[in-house]
Design a protein around this ligand. Sequence first.
Ligand code: PLP
Length: 363
Amino acid sequence: MINLYSDTQSLPSAPMRLAMSRAEVGDEQKGADPTVSRLIATVAGLLGKETGIFLPSGTMCNVISVVTHCGRGESVIMETQSHLMRSEAGGLSAITGAVPEVIEGEDGHFTAEQLTRHFQPGSRYTPRTVLVAVEQSCNMAGGTVWPTAKLAQVAACAKSLGMNTHMDGARLFNAVVASGESAKVHCQGYDSVWVDFSKGLGAPFGAVLCGTEEFMSRAWAWKHRLGGAMRQAGMMAAGCLYALENNIERLEIDHANARLLNDGLKRLPFIKVKHDHPESNIVFFNLVGTDLIPETFLKRLLDRGLKIGFVGTGYRAVTYADITAVHINDALQIIASVLDELDEKDLIIPSQTTTGAAPRSCR
Ligand SMILES: *Cc1c(COP(=O)(O)O)cnc(C)c1O
């Protein structure tokens, strides 16, 4: 099975497991796990922040950041397709009580001018906007990378409006490798920022949220309230440290494989790729000229040994360390063979093909 469903499908490698098994551990809840402390210091150093906290997941980093920055009834601005908005089981409203305000971005980015337009200073009847959240890279936009100048403009604009700034850096290191600019440069001007270790970095678990000492001490209370204070978490932190030391530079291979996949897809009939050149490790495409529903297409691929996803607005395939160029060529062959076997009832006449959007099931 070639699994391109997500980079979350990456498996811890043998040397990573070995490093985890040998980790020095202690009581993380008391700040006494040396491996966790080392991980936090390393990540904070890379991001240029004072300190951090170790959390089980990126979702927990996002919800803790929002609840620490925002009071109930205050608003947070984010891009409409952001993970925080769409993929966290509504934790934003269920836990934080903050009001979401969404911006329709382009490739997942938005401008300082758009931020200004959506900002509300608060009044007797409007929610006060206190936070802006950005995602680097932008998952649902196709792994697109905010230009660092645009990130800096949005942060500066937010500060001039008196707002706090948050970066969901689930795939920040993919953005770092794609742009050639350091993590520090990416998250300069962002009060809170976190990175995920369970995506392309290949660890089984863990994320580190960073910010000032003062912010992190308030965030720690929320970590504890949500049950995220741990005990001998050093075993998990050791996997993350291993990833930092060994798995960042190799992300370039994943990006090359995403380009290989995208180039192959462009040559196939019935396929319209979202981007001519994927910027990182995520490829989106749609089917055109056929009314095959996603469920059917995905099942036909799966029957031949390829797993991809249908999320948001299209089919998504994601590359990571366990995926090689050979897998990508095999995946392309599987997709080609499924398309080759489309029969007349799967096809729609060209004049009806007006959009690049995949037909959706009404069932
Ligand atoms: C995966 C992801 C998250 C959530 O991270 P988990 O560790 O899976 O909870 C948040 N934001 C983005 C952009 C993601 O891709």
